[in-house]
Design a protein. Structure first.
Length: 144
């Protein structure tokens, strides 16, 4: 049986949260920073450290948006985006690529693949928050 590694942050807010965020990164420190940065009473956050777990969580947990590292140990972020976009249950979930791939052509490829936003590592916390707010606005419109 395959082990699924993920962590649900801010469990108390799960009952009242308006937004479910899924953060995917193989680096635990990056996930911790995302969890601390994105913590709000109206948000719950789950984290995954690989692409397969991210795909499973996206399907079952139906997050409002996904923050996705592109360099993962099992699947590339591009593969994850492609599979999410091909699945009717996950195709409309906004995705923010949070990546060290910072060249303009990398950014263009990510947007063409289906990411709604790209945030380059290292990032300013304000830039990340703005990107998250824009994607949550998209998610809210899609649900309306």
């Amino acid at each position: 049986m395959e082990r699924i590694d993920f962590y649900l942050h801010n469990l108390q807010s799960l009952m009242v949260s308006n937004h479910r965020l899924l953060a995917v990164d193989d680096d635990e420190d990056s996930l911790l920073l995302l969890a601390q940065t994105l913590a709000r009473p109206d948000r719950s956050l789950a984290t995954a450290q690989n692409g397969k777990t991210a795909l499973r969580l996206a399907q079952t947990w139906q997050p409002s948006m996904i923050l996705l590292d592109i360099v993962l140990p099992d699947l590339s972020g591009f593969d994850v985006v492609q599979q999410l976009k091909q699945n009717a249950a996950t195709a409309n979930i906004p995705i923010i690529a949070v990546t060290a791939l910072a060249r303009a052509d990398d950014r263009q490829k990510l947007l063409q693949a289906g990411c709604h936003e790209c945030v380059s590592k290292p990032y300013l916390l304000e830039d990340l928050e703005l990107a998250v707010d824009r994607c949550l606005d998209l998610s809210t419109l899609a649900c309306a």
